[in-house]
Design a protein around this ligand. Structure first.
Ligand code: FE2
Length: 365
């Protein structure tokens, strides 16, 4: 009986960001990341207190929402956290059951099952709270055939930059406070039926100066993965602590976006102005000794700063952007998996040293 998945998830439905200026954020993600206009909600569609822009690239849907006035949940969220991830929305077959199953296991409700209707059908949405002010929405859209969801209209735009090959959300990482990692691991296990598939302690993730701990939580079918980070004691300030200071609490640290061709994707992103963390070129001197034969040429990886790691099942290529807002908070990972199901443990040291150099530049190390 315990083998029955009480919370079957079909994948990530969308990621919603609360931002200071949704119109400009949507333009940035179209221009720099290659998303396409999808849908709009705001005063013109009967929504009086906010404006939301949905953009899409393959299976990736991002929504940018801003408040039109102060003194509400959206405005308060932006005031406290800056631009950041509010909703990690998960696709389900039954949003009512998802809410009931998680509530009975101790979830805190964000939204009771709610039916949203328009001429295109009905969509059922419910939600529970997770770390910080972050929310998991459950989205049931099997009886909805509209462009995004009721309340939104199709967003027609003459401006549509080409895509950059981004495909879907690979994983979303949460940063939580001191001694809070195991509490949130228990939440994902007990409330959402996830399993802890990998753990990293401060011996795995430490440099000379700073450290963090991480546990990777996965749902039953592996479509949804949420690693949870907690700062660890080091000689200097952990990158997770810097995030917590500037986000003013727990929240989403990075969203990993999958591609089938990381060299082409990252070449295009860099051309469009996205800045990435750089490891020293010495990283590449013994790379092939560490990871063995790979399909890609070494030179473009080195020029772009793409990292490689191997596990028992294959290898992966990955690279991390610098924070994409002024606060040193949310950033993105671009990842191409070639068999590997892990998270690049072999790159942690080089990567965290690169992050520390950035932290030091900000005076936060
Ligand atoms: Fe990651």
């Amino acid at each position: 009986m315990e083998n029955v998945d009480f919370l079957p998830l079909l994948g990530t439905d969308y990621v919603e960001f609360y931002v200071g200026n949704a119109k400009q954020a949507a333009h940035f993600y179209k221009t720099a990341f290659g998303f396409q206009s999808l849908a709009y909600a705001g005063p013109e569609t009967g929504i009086k207190d906010r404006a939301s822009y949905a953009v899409r690239q393959n299976k990736l849907t991002f929504v940018f929402t801003t408040s039109l006035r102060g003194g509400n949940e959206i405005a308060d969220h932006v005031y406290k956290h800056g631009d950041g991830v509010k909703m990690l929305a998960l696709m389900v077959n039954n949003a009512t059951d998802a809410w009931k199953q998680t509530m009975v296991r101790g979830a805190k409700s964000y939204m009771e099952p709610t039916i949203l209707k328009d001429n295109e059908g009905e969509l059922i949405m419910s939600g529970i709270c997770t770390y910080g002010d972050t929310v998991h929405l459950f989205i049931e859209r099997k009886n909805y055939k509209g462009v995004f969801m009721p309340g939104f209209r199709k967003w027609e735009s003459v401006y549509s930059p080409s895509d950059t090959g981004l495909l879907y959300v690979d994983h979303c990482v949460g940063n939580v406070g001191w001694n809070q990692m195991n509490k949130w691991v228990a939440f994902y296990e007990e409330v959402m039926g996830f399993k802890n598939i990998l753990s990293f302690d401060d011996n795995d993730i430490s440099t000379e100066y700073s450290a963090l701990m991480s546990k990777v939580m996965s749902n039953g079918n592996g479509f949804v993965k949420f690693p949870i980070n907690e700062p660890a004691e080091g000689k200097k300030k952990s990158q997770v602590e810097e995030y917590l200071d500037f986000y003013q609490g727990e929240g989403c640290q990075h969203v990993a976006l999958a591609t089938h061709n990381i060299v082409a994707t990252v070449t295009e992103l860099q051309k469009r102005g996205i800045e990435f963390l750089k490891v020293p070129t010495s990283y590449y001197d013994d790379l092939l000794d560490r990871v063995g034969t790979i399909d890609e040429d070494l030179m473009p990886l080195k020029e772009l700063g793409i990292l490689v790691d191997r596990d028992d099942e294959g290898y992966l290529l990955q690279i991390f952007t610098k924070p994409i807002e002024d606060r040193p908070t949310l950033f993105f990972e671009i990842i191409q998996r070639k068999g590997a199901k892990s998270f690049g443990k072999g790159n942690f040291k080089a990567l965290f040293e690169a992050i520390e150099r950035e932290q030091d530049n900000r005076g936060n190390l």
